[in-house]
Design a protein around this ligand. Structure first.
Ligand SMILES: [Zn+2]
Length: 376
């Protein structure tokens, strides 16, 4: 049997197999902490679009359930596109995007079907359209779990993890203890969460855990125990993954270039992720960051500083009509040539460069070159 294949994953049961510093979901392998870091990219803004779903769905569900066969189907028709949007969005979120979501659409179709709805109401006078209510309840809890987890753990990352000098198990444990057990401000936020009473945040995730015994895939002679963790609430699934990751020195990090959250698995404190830079799709954020850093340093270099002062003046003179287009081009060309020579040749940089770059010398040289060109 493969890791993570003997699992039940639905909209109210979430399973993870854990072995050493990896976790397994639907037969795929991830570094521990991966889901908790990735989900932070999906919600957590102040006026998050996810809130629209959370606010719009419950009143329509209640209305449909109350009206039953006296107009409930009309409300169901209004609800269907909203629910479709919510389910589609959930299917893009980890862990759902990493597994088979056919079950979700099967359940969606049953819960949103008018005939099913009527049949459920028919069973007895006070019977509820239970399929609609059950499915909507699961969807709402998933949305709230994602929202609550992202809001709190983004705050935790910003206040604690981003300041760490090293990203090790010990540092993560200290940060988690300080934040979850001692930080009154943080405990205050958990108390005042807008949907806190629905899927509350516990730093002790509620889970069912057991072990399966498997042959080591790398060495069939050896057997290993794999811990299986089952959560009935999605928020507990993320909290467990976060904490299990910490135990192995993995934790969410924030890319200073693309502003995405990503998981780090070494003690090194990264500034940038390895994803593609939004500014230039040929470079990763790390490469782009290094390039910008180099440019920033270049600006401080005396050779560059003189060059940019001079070329700025040339552009200004041109804008004010003090010099011709031709002279501007030629003077810029000369300045670039001197700059490049100064970068290659330290003696020149320390000696004649400053003289060659004087405004009037530069213009005189450029005029001389233009005059040379004009000669037949
Ligand atoms: Zn990035």
């Amino acid at each position: 049997m493969e890791f993570g294949t003997d699992q039940l994953n639905t909209f109210d049961t979430f399973t993870l197999d854990c072995w050493k510093d990896r976790v397994y979901y639907e037969g795929q392998s991830f570094p521990a902490g991966y889901f908790a870091a990735e989900i932070l990219n999906f919600a957590g803004e102040a006026d998050d679009p996810i809130l629209e779903h959370i606010i719009a769905l419950p009143p329509l569900v209640s209305q449909a359930a109350a009206l039953k066969k006296d107009g409930g189907r009309d409300v169901l028709a209004q609800l269907r596109p909203l629910m479709h949007k919510a389910v589609s969005w959930i299917c893009t979120c980890p862990p759902f995007c990493c597994g088979d979501v056919e079950f979700a659409w099967r359940e969606f179709n049953q819960a949103m079907d008018g005939d099913c709805f009527d049949r459920d109401c028919d069973i007895s006078e006070d019977h509820l359209p239970y399929r609609l209510l059950m499915f909507s309840d699961q969807i709402l809890k998933i949305l709230v779990s994602i929202y609550n987890f992202c809001l709190l753990i983004r705050a935790f990352e910003k206040r604690y993890l981003r300041r760490l000098k090293r990203r090790t198990e010990s540092e993560f444990a200290k940060a988690a203890h300080t934040c979850f057990d001692l930080d009154n401000d943080f405990l205050d936020i958990t108390d005042r969460m807008p949907f806190g009473e629905m899927e509350e945040f516990f730093s002790f995730p509620r889970l069912i855990s057991g072990f399966s015994y498997l042959q080591d895939p790398h060495d069939k002679e050896k057997w290993i125990s794999v811990q299986q963790v089952i959560c009935k609430r999605l928020i507990d699934f993320y909290v467990f993954d976060l904490q299990n990751g910490f135990q192995h020195g993995h934790g969410p990090s924030f890319c200073q270039n693309c502003h995405r959250y990503f998981l780090t698995t070494t003690a090194h404190v990264p500034k940038y992720c390895d994803g593609m830079a939004p500014q230039d799709h040929r470079l990763t954020c790390r490469q782009y960051g290094a390039m910008m850093h180099q440019k920033e340093q270049n600006k401080q270099h005396p050779v560059y500083r003189l060059f940019s002062t001079r070329t700025n003046t040339i552009r200004k003179h041109h804008q004010r009509g003090k010099i011709s287009d031709e002279l501007r081009r030629e003077a810029l060309y000369l300045a670039e040539t001197y700059r490049d020579r100064a970068l290659m040749d330290n003696d020149y940089a320390a000696g004649d460069y400053v003289h060659d770059m004087e405004q009037e010398t530069l213009y005189a040289q450029a005029r001389a070159r233009l005059a040379q060109e004009d000669k037949p």
